[in-house]
Design a protein around this ligand. Structure first.
Ligand SMILES: [Zn+2]
Length: 339
């Protein structure tokens, strides 16, 4: 069994990388794209292991030899993981100094491996200067160097960069695959595995993280209880809730995304016309609350709440007055008399 089998889903991508290696048709640069926490870096790291594994060819990457182990821990001297810096507001930046340092490293010969590898995480966070500096390496890569870039979206990169890479676009995984993997490989209890698989939006990495880090589900429970509170309250209550929520502006984007998924579920339930939709729902644990509301509220009411939640998110990203945005939003949601 090779370490490729530890990758859940993305079979075609594994196949493409493994067969390229086996048939001696390696590219010198790959761009792995897809949503956050979908497995881009895991795929890149496993490929780096395959490139440098010491096991017989058919067993690579074995996951057990020295290079495999060190690469798995991001501690191999010839396999560099480059991660963008995070600034105060969570903005990612990959700086030109980081690229220059990497270029110096890549120009030295390998210590102990067949291939030097650089994994550049979230290259969409590269500054224009950094991207242009890196272009030189892409155009004239040093021998026996393989460059693995990841990004959420190839369109966010300079075309001069993406056109020089072989692109692998990873798609979200189906919930049932995430559910099975959580239950069998991470030993997550069945009910929790089902919930996380639905909440994950196709991102296994997120689901695994949420299964290990209690605070993620706790935060979501708080976000939903604020929403329940708002919907149960009258105008005056909503004003004071808006005031309370807007005192923590950094938590709002995430809160609104959770609310958005809840309204989307309501839209699905409202429009199902007798078809079962529970497989498509995100907030499967809310079904008993959602069902009666989907029946009681009109399509128009649900749609305007959904759209306005989206709009609020958009306004906050553009630095609108936080309190006003939240207040307006809460006043648009249906009042309890209608529920
Ligand atoms: Zn190995």
């Amino acid at each position: 069994m090779s370490n490729w089998e530890n990758i859940v889903g993305h079979n075609w991508a594994v196949e493409m990388l493994a067969s390229g290696l086996a048939n001696d048709r390696l590219g010198h640069a790959y761009l792995i794209t897809g949503p956050e926490q979908i497995g881009k870096t895991t795929l890149a790291r496993t490929f780096a292991q395959a490139l440098n594994c010491e096991a017989p060819e058919t067993e690579r990457p074995c996951g057990r030899c020295r290079p495999c182990k060190l690469i798995g821990l991001d501690r191999h001297p010839d396999v560099k993981l480059i991660v963008p810096e995070v600034s105060g507001r969570g903005k990612l930046t990959l700086k030109i100094e980081t690229i220059r340092q990497l270029q110096q490293d890549l120009n030295l010969s390998a210590y102990e491996t067949r291939y030097k590898v650089a994994i550049l995480e979230r290259f969409d966070a590269a500054t224009i200067g950094a991207a242009n500096a890196f272009l030189k390496t892409l155009e004239e890569p040093p021998g026996k160097v393989v460059l693995l870039l990841t990004a959420t979206d190839a369109d966010m990169l300079l075309p001069t960069i993406s056109s020089r890479c072989r692109t692998l676009n990873l798609r979200p995984l189906p919930p049932d695959l995430i559910e099975t993997s959580l239950a069998t490989r991470w030993r997550v209890p069945a009910e929790k595995a089902t919930l996380l698989a639905h909440l994950a939006d196709g991102r296994l990495g997120w689901a695994v993280q949420a299964s290990e880090d209690q605070t993620i589900l706790q935060t979501r429970a708080e976000q939903l209880s604020h929403l329940h509170e708002a919907l149960a309250g009258w105008r005056s209550h909503r004003f004071s809730l808006a005031d309370k929520l807007s005192r923590k502006p950094e938590t709002l984007p995430d809160l609104l995304k959770t609310w958005l998924s809840w309204w989307r579920d309501l839209t699905l339930l409202n429009q199902r016309q007798g078809h079962p939709v529970s497989l498509l729902l995100t907030n499967v644990d809310e079904i008993e609350r959602l069902e009666p509301l989907a029946a009681a509220w009109s399509e128009a009411q649900i749609n305007i709440s959904l759209n306005q939640t989206n709009e609020a998110l958009w306004q906050l990203e553009r630095n609108a007055n936080t309190r006003l945005v939240v207040e307006n939003l809460l006043l648009i949601y249906p009042l309890p008399e209608l529920a």
